[in-house]
Ligand binder design. Structure first.
Ligand SMILES: Cc1ncc(COP(=O)(O)O)c(C=O)c1O
Length: 462
């Protein structure tokens, strides 16, 4: 524990620790119903929550939700919380968007899962192909699985075994990606539970924005594909340097590998995602989380040539399991939700509103940080905005990792939550949705101003 003003973050640690103690007590006092439900859940749920990550909010006990609509989550103690986490992107277009709710109600008495297509299938395929410019699509139940399947298809189609990822990436819990660069060496992430295979055998890892390292890795001639977010978003945001993707694409092509863009988070950029907006021509694209308005489902698309090679791989394989797909994939409920989300929710006008509010949020954040003389930077990718504990944005995963500060994040998030604001528990990410209003943005900025006033030195020169 630190006990003086931290030179890099500018935070006064004794004040911050005292603030955290007060906020924990305040949280406990204002959430008695959540406390009661958390105690009950503790009896039969491992870690007391449906998914152990739910404890990563770091609250003294799990917050329980009564309902969520648009940009607002109402907890069981009847606090209306303005939500900038939005289910860590699953609800990027607002909670329970009306067209998706209507589609679900319509489907509710017409069956959920038959392992057969409905009329929504062709319509969703067409909507995806028009939006993203890739002709062939398949589905999954999560972005994790969509990544897993596209990597499998590409390994099968190319006959190459290796996957290349960028250091510090996250693409869901697809095992292959959990290899980090430690002192320049690939190392399997030590936090993985129950992982018995040596992931370094088939995964190559280089730093983002490092073209010479990318070229050296591709020159081995055994990389099936590069799986990447066009902007890294999961270790704090890391933007591509100008020209990085054009040069990277040329190298990938030159060495016979393929490029998969995981747009699960960067769909915040605009209706067709970051890659299309920035002229990146990927061989495959993955999108999960908000594509069904928050209903579990995901999609992955392929170029015509990859699709042909993938189909050939299946046709020439021995009969039996492909290892790709799950029973509920492409179920009737998910297809109905995706059709509504793609055609009525993820619209250009929704993005116009989101981008305007996100811009206001980003400049408001800069003013608040300046007021408190904090050397932190603000990065924005469309509807997604983040502040990081460093003066200039990191350029790769190692740099981004070095400025993460879980303790500091945690006390800021708890302070905001007690003031009616939710932001994403992992790092300092804020998303706006079509229902986020200027008043919501102002409420976040006021709350952050109050929290920062509590954790910085009373006198800037002190
Ligand atoms: C870029 C990216 N891809 C894939 C995933 C996995 O999504 P899910 O957990 O819904 O499978 C995530 C989750 O955060 C993500 O950030």
């Amino acid at each position: 524990m630190q006990n003086e003003t931290h030179p890099r973050t500018g935070v006064d640690w004794p004040r911050a620790q005292a603030f955290l103690a007060r906020e924990r007590a305040h949280y406990a006092a204002r959430n008695p119903q959540s406390a009661e439900l958390a105690a009950q859940a503790q009896q039969h749920l491992l870690f007391g929550v449906p998914l152990h990550w739910m404890n990563d909010w770091g609250t003294p006990f799990a917050l329980h939700v009564a309902h969520a609509s648009g940009a607002v989550v109402t907890d069981v103690d009847d606090h209306a919380l303005v939500d900038f986490c939005l289910g860590d992107t699953g609800a990027m277009f607002g909670h329970a968007p009306a067209p998706v709710a209507a589609a679900l109600v319509n489907q509710a008495t017409r069956g959920y899962t038959t392992m057969l297509a409905t009329a929504d299938a062709a319509a969703v395929g067409q909507a995806l192909s028009e939006r993203f410019g890739l002709p062939f699509w398949q589905f999954a139940m999560s972005a994790t699985d969509a990544n897993r399947y596209i990597v499998r298809w590409i390994r099968a189609a190319t006959g190459r075994k290796k996957l290349l990822v960028f250091n510090g990436c996250y693409h869901g819990t697809i095992e292959d990606v959990f290899v980090d660069l430690v002192n320049g060496q690939p190392v399997q992430r030590s936090s993985l539970l129950g992982q018995v295979h040596d992931l370094t055998e088939h995964t190559v890892v280089v730093e983002f924005n490092d073209l010479p390292a990318l070229e050296a890795a591709l020159q081995q001639g055994d990389v099936a594909c590069v799986l990447a977010e066009p902007v890294m978003t999961n270790i704090g945001m890391v933007l591509p340097e100008p020209g990085f993707w054009a040069a990277a694409q040329a190298l990938i092509q030159q060495h016979g590998a393929l490029l998969v863009m995981d747009e699960t988070h960067t769909i915040s950029t605009g209706p067709s995602g970051y890659a299309r907006a920035h002229g990146i021509e990927a061989d495959a694209l993955v999108l999960g989380k908000p594509v069904g308005g928050g209903v579990p489902c995901a999609v992955y698309g392929m170029s015509a040539s990859l699709a042909q090679r993938a189909m050939q791989a299946k046709q020439t394989a021995p009969p039996g399991h492909s290892g790709i797909g799950t029973t509920l994939t492409g179920n009737m409920l998910a297809m109905a939700a995706m059709r509504a989300a793609l055609t009525e929710v993820m619209t250009p006008s929704a993005y116009t509103h989101m981008l305007t509010q996100a811009q206001a949020l980003a400049s408001g954040l800069q003013s608040v940080l300046k007021k408190h003389r904090l050397p932190w930077c603000v990065t924005q990718v469309g509807a997604r905005t983040e502040f990081q504990f460093c003066a200039t944005p990191p350029t790769n995963g190692s740099e981004a990792d070095r400025v993460l500060d879980g303790e500091l994040e945690h006390l800021i998030h708890l302070g905001l939550l007690n003031r009616g604001i939710l932001i994403t528990p992992f790092h300092n990410m804020m998303l706006v949705c079509p229902q986020t209003t200027p008043a919501h943005v102002a409420q976040l900025l006021d709350a952050l101003d109050a929290v920062l006033g509590e954790i910085t030195a009373l006198s800037p020169s002190a």
